[in-house]
Design a protein. Structure first.
Length: 186
């Protein structure tokens, strides 16, 4: 089966773009919340962002990659802070990710100067200082080891330095893009 090819002038480029988006949107991915933090001008800044471009890329050392839009607040915070955390959610928590599609402005700070809630969701602070959702089924805390500019996005590769998750006998499924009406990419 051959689809439209790029560079045509007979309207096939539009067909190619539609087909490309449809195929890319059908690729199965999880849906996560990425936490970031950095200190700027003596003040700690933190954010949580919905992401679907998260994958383990190496087993030794344990490396996880996240792809973040270059212009996003999270990209600047990960670059400046050198860390990120990934909260994995239960499938039933699909409404939570919608709270983090825009930069978080509603942040409650505790007596220690750390965020205790963001966008109305309780958060904890991981080892690196990045925020994680308390309701997360599991989370990974990562120190950035590599960074690659990819045009519209930056790929951050982090080494997992801390993790929390369910007991070995607990059954759970991670939230996936298909569990929502969201789509991304293409």
């Amino acid at each position: 089966m051959a689809g439209p090819s790029p560079g045509r002038t007979d309207g096939a480029d539009d067909a190619l773009d539609r087909l490309r988006r449809r195929v890319l949107w059908s690729m199965p991915t999880g849906l996560y919340v990425v936490g970031s933090r950095a200190e700027r001008d003596g003040e700690v800044h933190a954010n949580l962002m919905t992401a679907n471009l998260v994958v383990q890329v190496a087993t030794e050392p344990k490396l996880v990659a996240v792809s973040v839009e270059s212009a996003a607040r999270t990209s600047a915070l990960v670059e400046a802070g050198g860390c990120f955390a990934v909260s994995l959610l239960h499938r039933a928590d699909r409404a939570v990710v919608r709270r983090f599609v825009k930069p978080v402005v509603d942040v409650t700070i505790d007596d220690a100067g750390l965020p205790s809630s963001m966008a109305g969701e309780a958060v904890a602070t991981a080892v690196t200082g990045a925020p994680v959702l308390e309701r997360a089924a599991a989370w990974l805390d990562c120190v950035v080891r590599h960074q690659l500019g990819l045009g519209s996005h930056v790929l951050f590769v982090g080494e997992v330095v801390a993790v929390d998750g369910p007991d070995a006998d607990e059954q759970w499924e991670v939230l996936r893009m298909e569990d929502t009406r969201m789509n991304y990419g293409g």
